[in-house]
Design a protein around this ligand. Sequence first.
Ligand code: ZN
Ligand code: ZN
Ligand code: ZN
Length: 204
Amino acid sequence: MVQDAKRFLSYICPHCRQSVIVERDLFSLAASPTRIKCPCGKSELTVEFLPNRVQMTVPCLFCGREHAVSCSAHAFVREKALAFSCAASGLDCCYVGEEGPVYAATARLEQAVDKLEEESASHGAFLDEIVMHEVLSEIKDIAARGGISCACGSKSWTFQVNYSSVDIICADCGAQVRIPAATADDIDDICCKNTILIRGKQRT
Ligand SMILES: [Zn+2]
Ligand SMILES: [Zn+2]
Ligand SMILES: [Zn+2]
């Protein structure tokens, strides 16, 4: 008998910022690729067992992207707490392991997130000042051309600057879209865009 056939997995949802911590049976994880959705429905962690490795995709709160991470199947099954981190920010984005250590690590990460957001709100501390500056000025250009709109039909919006991303929020329905502002690639991505669409509630 395998003694501990359960694994706890956690990440912080980039959309609603809640911690998602779930318990999964190892046998069912190994049996078929698993999707672990945030209750808000807007992000999901995927877990897939390969012959000797476990491959996961993790939605990242810090850079707004998805990270493909993997580890040995042995580590996935045995470690008390495995941490996977965001390549752009160096911060953790996912934990796998036993109940206690995973909950503790996730709580520490939540505190780190709160602290980063306080700092960026109070004295404009960003992961990368230049990237943030460029991304903001691109957003401003798109806005000046009237390129920001919401699927609900609204054209009024506000925005919030985070540590390594910018949220554009529909002033009418409250839907939001996260623009990553962590790396030089994020500048390239936003430079290619003529418009930004917030995927709000569609009018019926
Ligand atoms: Zn969520
Ligand atoms: Zn990341
Ligand atoms: Zn809207």
